[in-house]
Structures are given as C-alpha cells and as structure tokens.
Design a protein around this ligand. Structure first.
Ligand SMILES: *[C@@H]1O[C@H](CO)[C@@H](O)[C@H](O)[C@H]1NC(C)=O
Ligand SMILES: *[C@@H]1O[C@H](CO)[C@@H](O)[C@H](O)[C@H]1NC(C)=O
Length: 682
C-alpha cells in the first residue's frame, strides 16, 4: 500500500509538471521574450464565457449614447476624411452572436468588440480588454519611408534595425534574436522591395488603409497618411520622462497579436543582390499572471479585491475638489501612446542613450524645457526659434496645477527670451503629439493669442434622455462632480451660463445622416475670466505669419484643437513630412479632432454621483478588466461649417515633404530645413 501511495504521489507530480509545461501561459509569461506563437497560444487558452460576455456587450451598447460621433461617422460628407461605419450595427451583431453560437475563445469575443470600435478610426474611442494586450509584440526592425531629397515625390520603405533606437525600451531583444539565429544588423539600411511577397509600398499602404485589429493595428487616425506614418519609425518624445526618441512604429511593435508569426522580406542591401529573409515576431509579457488560471485572474477579470463596492470607492476617489481648475484638470483629449507604459518606463530609465548616442536629441541652445515642452533657437537660422509641443499632458506624476503653471511660465519666459535674442519667426513642432489636457492646449493658445475671446472651439455634448436627466439632476443639486453641470460652461460670447436651458435641457434635436439625434447647445469651457488668468502675455508675441507648424501628421485630440485653431483663426502655415510613399497632400493634424474623451469609469462615476446608476438605460460596471474610452464631445469648426463638425474639416499642409536618410531621425535638421524653406537663408 505504501508503495502504491508513493506511486500515486509520484504520478500527481508528473501530472502537475506536465500541466505546467503544457500551459502556454506559463512559458509565455516567464521568459522576457518568447515567440509570438507561444504568447498567442496563451491568449487563446482563455475560454469564452457566455454569461460574462452577454453582460459586457449589453453595457457596451448602452454606453453608445455617450459617444458623440456615432451618427456622424455613419457617413462622412468629406471624401478626404472617410468614415462609413455603423458601429451600433456591428456591436448588435456581436451581441447576437454572443447569445447564439458564441465565440471560440474569450480573445475572439473581445477582439470582435475592439474591431467594431477600431473601424471608426477614432483614436478617442476604443474598447480594449486588458487580456488582449497583455503582451507587446515586436520585430527587431522598423521601417522608415525615405527619399533622396525632401522634394522627391516618391520615397522608399527602408529596413532599420531598431535595437539601438534611443529611449525605446529594446532591452534584451537583440540577445533573444541572436539566440534564435536571427541576425539582422547586416541588413540595416537595406531597401525593402517586398513584404510577404507584395511590393513593399503597396503592402504598407494596404496595411495602413485597413488598420485591422486582426493585424494588431489600431486605426486612431482619420486618413491614410498619418496611419501610414504610425506604421513607420519617426522622431518624437514619447517616453515617460519626455526624452527625444526614435519611435519603433507600429510595423515593428504592435499592441495586439499581429495576426501572423513571421514576416518575409525581400531586401536590396546597399551592395550585392537582393536577399529574402523571414523574421519571426517576438512577444514580451507586460502584465501579471504566470499560468492560464492566474492570467485570467490577473488580466481578464477585475482584481478580486475590487468587488463592486471597492470599484465604486475607486470611482469616488476620482471626485475632485469643487473648483473650475479641478474640472480643467479632468477634461482630456488624448489618444493612447504607441508604446505600452511598462516599456516606456524602461526606456526612460535607460538614460544612457540620452547622451552622445542619441542622434535625435537636438544640440541647440535651449530657451526653456518643461516636461513636454522644449524651446530652442536655431543655429543656422538664428532669427528662427522652435517650440516643440511634445504632448499636452505629463506622462510622469506631475500634478495638473503644477503642469499648467509650468507650461504657462515656460512659454512666457522662453518666447520673451527668444524675442530678446533677435528671433523673428517660430516653428511649432507638433510631430507625434497625442493631445492631453484640454486646458494645457488652451493655455498655449492664450499665450500666443492673449487678446482672443476664447482659446479653442465651441463644443456640444450628445444629449440622450438619460443624459438630459443627468444634466437636470446636476443642475438641481448643483453637483460639481458632474461634467453635465451648466455652471462649468460659457455661451458663445464667453458669458457664464445661467441655467440648464441654455445648455442641455431641452436638447437640440438634429438629424444626422438620416438618424434622429440630439445634442446640447454650443458652449465654451470656462477657463477663467480671460487670458490674464492663465498667461502673462498681454499682446501676441508673434503674428500668425511668423509661425509655421512642423508635423508628421500624427497630431490628435488637444494637439488638433491647438493646431486647427492656429490654422483656422490665425492662418498659420504648415510643413508636413512623411505620409504614404506617393502622398502629394497631407493634413498637419491627422488624428481625432473631437474636443473631449471620457473613459467608461467616468461615465459610471457620473451616473453614481447623480444617483442614476440604476436607471434602465444606464451602463453597468463591467465584469472584466478593460480600457474603454469614448469621444465625448464634438468640436464645431470656424471654417467649412457645412461639414458640421471639426472632425470633417480637412486641414492641408502648406508644404509637403518626404523624410530623407539624413533628416528623419534628426529634428534639428528638419527645423533648419523648414526655416530655410519658409524664411530663406540668414
Ligand atoms: C504565479 O502567480 C501567482 C499569482 O500572481 C503567485 O501567487 C505565484 O507565486 C506565482 N508563481 C510563480 C511560480 O511565480
Ligand atoms: C436662462 O437664462 C437666460 C439668460 O439669463 C434667460 O434668458 C432665460 O430666460 C433663462 N431660462 C430659464 C428657463 O430660466
């Protein structure tokens, strides 16, 4: 008997070991880098849960009433900015399938919802189940589309080994690829002729056009040029500490499973004959959990400690002090960064690269630096200054008041000092700016144009029956935690609203794309009594003609409000770099131009603070971990008003250039070039 017990115990051990070895999530999460095949097997190992999924899709559909672009994006009036998506119908399709045949795995269900929102190509609006982006998917190379001269119409996809990109978090990637016998360094700089058998430019343009979540790509940008640029490597400052970096780009780094485990390239190296190489995708785990069981507990489900009441407490903690400035610290228009936070933190810690090894970092005389803002005077064109607006929110833990003060003070001291140094013209580089605090954009606008009535665009909220009830309760109870309280807003003469009938109750009925819809009256945010409350400038430091926007088209949300305003109100010109290999025209701001984004938790918080959480139309807390945000307000343009919303105003570059081998990772060279193009040698 004894020996039998021992044998049974021994067998159990074996079973346990086999179970661990068989569990794809154990292997996928224990090593720093694993093959995409192993990582994806882990994702697919989470079973579909019908009851849970039904409750998710029910609330997702209810949350659509807050999505201010739903009916607008059914059919775009502007062929240059195509949106033809019925997101409600797509989600109802998911609901039907959930209730009937169901999905193969939990991953397939989650991706179906993500896919519906991703088709909107609206960077503010995306549903991401955390377990579908528990890994970061990477290649050892990036692509830059480069021309011989900035004036060339045609540019060529180029292979760039990305191990040494400054501040891009590639730790351990080279060792991994070397260990599996993939040696890419000798291929650096080769021209890419074909990708997966298709002519390279065509392949990339198709990828950008579709931006399919099933290829691991998030749409986020309105038109194909910025989506194409997002696939590419380009300069920006997107680390946590705001260091200049060379972005890996979405071709070489995806947030979702890239849909295949390898890429085959035909390359033309500088010398010799074309070569064909096949390079596998590598994945790195960026969440928690180490077996399928713990992956589900830690990544898919809300943490056990956060039961309904804890989650409610967490939302309560969002409650901010009751002041206008706190509401300004709440309102955001921003899209997700390309690189996941964990990798951006690692990148920021690798400060070694920030020194001489970093070709991206300008070597110009600084006239001010504050987290996301850099001010320089050019060397070869000393009458030209540069202000690089990297983002409109800090990625570190700087508080919003400190951040707002820093932006205002740095702009005032920097621009004043530039003028004293003889600077007559200023480049405003917004390349890669994802947006941020709406108020940070407003401070920047009022610093440049302190005599303007209002620094931004009029906006409207969507106004369903439930939302109207929310605004009515907010008014009756003077609830300063509600964004639907009329007291936070001003009319189009910039006078504070006096009652809710000037705002949301009654709503303004509209028919959008043939569908009955309703919005609030147009309003302005309350940014204080006037520009003197946010800037020391009393006169514009420069005139509209003295500014030129520099952009790669990747500018969204608050960045778009900022740059659209400069263009529409003050005729500021722009130089746009990059885009598809044959793009003749591009927008300087290719991202979402809606004026505010909200997250799902904030919607729940609003309902709770107003006591409407049990309303039959109210969405409910989701039984999964999710990052879910919606475009919350529409901005109303000053020009091309026939298009209705700012979203549909195409804002073309004054001049369009391609990146060259010499310039693409050296913003300083780009700036000297643009200064020369717009104001000549001096
Ligand atoms: C696996 O994860 C669980 C939960 O996070 C943890 O308690 C456990 O110690 C981990 N096991 C190993 C071998 O890392
Ligand atoms: C709301 O305020 C406006 C402006 O003072 C006023 O004209 C209007 O009559 C008020 N409406 C109600 C319903 O009180």
């Amino acid at each position: 008997m004894l020996s039998l017990a021992a044998t049974v115990l021994g067998l159990l051990e074996v079973v346990r070991v086999v179970a661990a070895a068989d569990d794809p999530c154990t292997g996928a999460t224990s090593a720093t880098w694993v093959s995409s095949k192993i990582a994806h097997a882990c994702e697919l190992n989470v079973p579909f849960d019908k009851a849970r999924s039904e409750s998710v899709i029910d609330s997702v559909l209810k949350s659509l009433q807050y999505y201010s672009l739903e009916t607008w994006f059914l059919d775009s009036p502007n062929p240059l900015i195509p949106h033809h998506v019925n997101v409600r119908a797509l989600l109802e399709g998911v609901q039907k399938r959930t209730a009937t045949v169901g999905y193969k795995t939990d991953w397939d269900f989650n991706l179906a919802i993500t896919d519906a929102f991703n088709r909107e190509a609206d960077g503010h609006t995306l549903f991401v189940a955390i377990c579908t982006e528990a890994f970061s998917w990477n290649l050892p190379f990036s692509i830059a589309t480069l021309a011989d001269s900035p004036f060339d119409l045609v540019a060529h996809p180029t292979f760039l080994v990305n191990y040494d990109f400054p501040n891009s978090g590639r730790a351990g990637l080279e060792d991994y690829y070397e260990s599996i016998g993939v040696h890419v360094r000798p291929l650096d700089g080769a021209r890419i002729l074909k990708i997966n058998g298709v002519e390279a430019s065509t392949y990339l343009v198709n990828l950008a056009t579709e931006s399919s979540i099933y290829n691991g790509l998030v749409g986020s940008f309105e038109t194909v040029n910025p989506r194409y640029m997002r696939l590419n490597s380009r300069y920006s400052a997107d680390t946590v500490s705001g260091l200049f970096t060379q972005e890996v780009g979405r071709f070489g780094q995806r947030a979702f499973y890239p849909g295949a485990d390898q890429v085959t390239l035909e390359l033309q190296p500088a010398k010799g004959r074309p070569v064909t190489v096949t390079i596998p995708w590598a994945a790195t785990f960026i969440r928690h959990g180490n077996s399928t069981q713990s992956f589900i507990e830690q990544t898919c489900l809300p943490p056990a400690s956060q039961d309904a009441s804890a989650a409610r407490r967490r939302r309560e903690e969002k409650r901010l002090a009751t002041s206008v400035s706190s509401m300004n610290g709440k309102r955001k228009a921003v899209i997700a960064p390309d690189t996941p936070e964990k990798l951006r933190k690692q990148a920021s810690d690798q400060r070694g690269f920030a020194g001489s090894g970093n070709t991206v970092q300008p070597t110009l005389k600084s006239f001010g630096h504050f987290i996301t803002l850099d001010i320089y005077q050019l060397e070869q064109h000393p009458n030209v200054g540069v202000v690089y607006f990297e983002q409109f929110e800090p990625s570190d833990d700087t508080g919003f008041n400190e951040y707002f003060d820093g932006i205002s003070n740095t702009l005032f001291s920097g621009l004043t000092a530039l003028k004293a140094a003889g600077v007559k013209h200023v480049l405003l580089d917004i390349s890669g700016n994802r947006g941020g605090f709406i108020f940070a954009g407003a401070i920047s606008l009022w610093s440049l144009w302190p005599k303007d009535l209002y620094p931004g665009f009029p906006a409207v909220f969507r106004d369903s029956d439930l939302i109207r009830r929310q605004s009515a309760v907010a008014a009756q109870t003077e609830n300063f935690n509600s964004e639907y309280l009329f007291e936070f807003y001003r009319d189009l003469e910039y006078n504070l609203l006096k009652n809710n009938s000037q705002f949301m109750d009654p709503p303004v009925p509209q028919v959008v794309n043939g569908v009955k819809d309703a919005y609030s009256k147009q309003f302005f945010d309350d940014f204080g009594e006037g520009s003197s409350s946010v800037t020391s400038f009393t006169e514009p430091p420069f005139s509209g003609q003295d500014f030129v926007i520099v952009s790669n088209g990747i500018c969204a949300s608050t960045c778009s409000i900022f740059s659209s305003y400069l263009y529409q109100k003050h005729g500021v010109r722009s130089a746009v770099f990059g885009g598809t290999p044959a793009a003749i025209i591009s927008q300087f701001d290719g991202g979402i131009k809606g004026s505010e984004v909200t997250d799902y938790d904030s919607i729940l918080f609003e309902l709770e603070t107003l006591g409407l959480q049990n309303d039959p139309a109210a969405p409910q807390p989701l039984p999964i971990q999710v990052s879910f945000s919606l475009n919350f307000r529409n901005a109303i343009p000053y020009i091309d008003k026939q298009n209705g919303i700012l979203e549909y105003v195409y804002e073309p570059a004054t001049k369009k250039y391609q990146f060259t081998v010499d310039q693409f990772n050296r913003p300083q060279k780009i700036w000297e070039f643009v200064a020369d193009q717009f104001w000549g040698k001096k």
